[in-house]
Design a binder for this molecule. Structure first.
Ligand SMILES: *Cc1c(COP(=O)(O)O)cnc(C)c1O
Length: 233
């Protein structure tokens, strides 16, 4: 399986096209529609020129994992794109982060959810980060905690809990993490069946090395950096 972009194809536009084709193929393999999978281009460590290139390709969802690094990028691009916060969010950064991001993928505690709720002027979409692989994953709530957390966040008036997110452990072979993605889908389906879970639909999972497997298991949002921008230095 071709996982690194072909040699010679180094510009962002060609890489985006290649990634989008792979997303579409993985979706179609499971009878899903390609447009039901959102590509979030992860721009951490990427300079402005290349961020603009990816937007020029029509990518409208960009992800950052550090608030400080995101500030100048969000100021430069403004409302032209939807910004996703995908990193660990410290509570002392919540007030800066909330107005900048359309979606926060990394809510991993009730205290963080409450802090976002307090800071939000307008409703904000959030995902509950889940640690399926236990101690291999630094952040995220346990699978057992998902239903209660969905209920608790569902009561916070400024938060829209629209799905779940996970970061699979690094694996040489993406097949190794397939069971993690499958478990996420089961957790999402269970959460969706609870009283306050009707809008728990999104599954943010899959990165450069494992996004096709994630899509085959139900990902609706993939977060991709290196396959578009190359290795980070
Ligand atoms: C960096 C990062 C990504 C993108 O990873 P790649 O391997 O570069 O595709 C996705 N999700 C999170 C949370 C990240 O921090």
């Amino acid at each position: 399986m071709q996982r690194i972009p072909p040699t010679g194809v180094t510009d962002v536009a060609a890489r985006v096209a290649h990634v989008q084709a792979r997303i579409a193929e993985a979706a179609v393999r499971r009878g899903r529609r390609p447009e039901d999978v959102t590509l979030v281009a992860v721009t951490k460590g990427v300079n402005d020129v290349r961020v603009h290139e990816v937007v020029a390709c029509g990518v409208r969802d960009l992800g950052e994992n550090r608030v400080q690094e995101a500030v100048p990028k969000v100021e430069a691009l403004g409302r032209a794109v939807r910004w996703h916060f995908i990193g660990h969010l410290q509570r002392n950064k919540v007030r800066i982060a909330v107005p900048m991001f359309a979606m926060i993928h990394s809510v991993d505690s009730g205290r963080l959810a409450a802090a976002i709720n307090d800071a939000a002027v307008h409703p904000i979409e959030v995902l509950l980060q889940v640690s399926v692989a236990g101690e291999q994953q630094k952040h995220g709530v346990s699978p057992e905690a998902v239903p209660a957390m969905v209920t608790a966040i569902g009561k916070m008036s400024a938060l829209r809990i629209v799905g779940l997110m996970t970061i699979a452990p690094l694996a040489a072979d993406p097949e190794t993490v397939r069971p993690i993605f499958r478990r996420m889908r089961e957790l999402r389906d269970a959460a969706r069946a609870t009283a306050s879970g009707a809008q728990v639909v999104a599954l943010s999972m899959g990165m450069s090395d494992d996004f096709e497997v994630a899509i085959e298991e139900g990902a609706t949002i993939v977060r991709i950096g290196r396959a578009i921008f190359g290795e980070r230095h």
